[in-house]
Design a protein around this ligand. Structure first.
Ligand code: ZN
Length: 311
């Protein structure tokens, strides 16, 4: 990545950000006018029609390549695996393509969400050796686990020195964590936001991570991108990730390093997006050619779709 290509990516982002009806998915690279509503229709403009990625997945897709670039530039890549806890189908291909560590997907009950995993197991008893994980992803998982202290201790145990765990939970500020593993699905839905959640984290979330032997750096969308890019990428500036490391082994000021890596990450994302658009246009034009002069309505629809694909 040269300074020129990073600068041209920044200019391209600015130009695209000026188009109010354009969204780019950082996960699959597809472009659309607006994202679809999120789960249960709770949020408009949330879910990528191409891959189903939500805001948190699009944030992850910016952060992971930046983390890898930082680890590579500081020669701090350890020889462990990428452990993806409760993997999302949409992000797995990107993670496998971006992260140079062997990929291991793990889930306690993959059938619950038709996940494709390599290992069936609980985060409270990870079947991996101490210090064997170079990057761990644990998004929206801990609020499902009754013994979250055990899960957090397992994260600290399996992380290699200097390795990062990307953690995210739903969290409310200003109140302590509300939890009760004994209540039924109906009350869980009302109190914790989902029928299979056992708590809603509050102000003490960081204390729990610290007690498990983890150090924490809190990263928000605002740390990495500006307002216009946030709209284009469908990524709220308040989107938050907790970057954790085994206490005493953390790689230092990650936020500054990730911010510095952002122009290169965005340039790479734009190149992928352009390749996706070209492939789609080629596919549509191929269909047009095969159709021949007949079926004018079908031809018109295909032709319109091909023109709409961003060049
Ligand atoms: Zn997508």
């Amino acid at each position: 990545m040269t300074a020129n290509s990073a600068n041209s990516a920044t200019s391209a982002m600015s130009a695209m950000s000026a188009r109010p009806n354009l969204r780019l998915c950082t996960v699959c690279g597809s472009a659309c006018a607006k994202f679809k509503p999120g789960p249960h229709g709770t949020r408009l403009d949330a879910s990528c029609p191409g891959c189903g990625a939500l805001e948190r997945h699009r944030f992850l897709a910016l952060v992971v390549p930046a983390l890898v670039a930082h680890a590579s530039s500081t020669s701090s890549m350890s020889g462990g695996v990428l452990l993806d806890v409760a993997p999302m189908r949409g992000t797995t291909p990107l993670l496998k393509a971006t992260v140079p560590y062997p990929y291991v997907g793990i889930d306690f009950d993959p059938s619950a969400d038709r996940r494709v995993v390599d290992v069936t197991g609980s985060l409270t008893h990870v079947p991996l050796a101490d210090a064997s994980v170079s990057l761990l992803i644990c998004m929206q998982v801990l609020e499902h686990i009754p013994d979250d202290a055990a899960a957090m201790c397992e994260i600290a145990r399996v992380l290699a020195p200097g390795a990062t765990a990307i953690v995210q939970v739903p969290r409310r500020r200003g109140i302590p964590t509300d939890e009760d593993p004994s209540v039924g699905p109906e009350e869980r839905l009302a109190r914790f936001g989902q029928a299979d959640h056992v708590r809603y984290y509050g102000d003490d979330f960081e204390d729990r991570l610290l007690a498990a032997g983890l150090s924490i750096e809190i990263l928000t969308g605002r740390d990495l991108i500006d307002d216009a890019s946030a709209v284009l990428l469908g990524l709220p500036l308040t989107e938050t990730l907790w970057l954790c490391a085994r206490a005493g082994t953390g790689p230092g000021d990650l936020t500054a390093a990730l911010r510095a890596a952002m122009p290169a990450v965005l340039a790479s994302m734009l190149a992928r997006s352009a390749a996706t658009a070209l492939a789609e246009r080629t596919r549509l034009e191929g269909s047009l050619a095969r159709l021949g002069p007949r079926r004018p309505l079908h031809r018109r629809a295909l032709s319109y779709a091909a023109r709409k694909v961003r060049r």
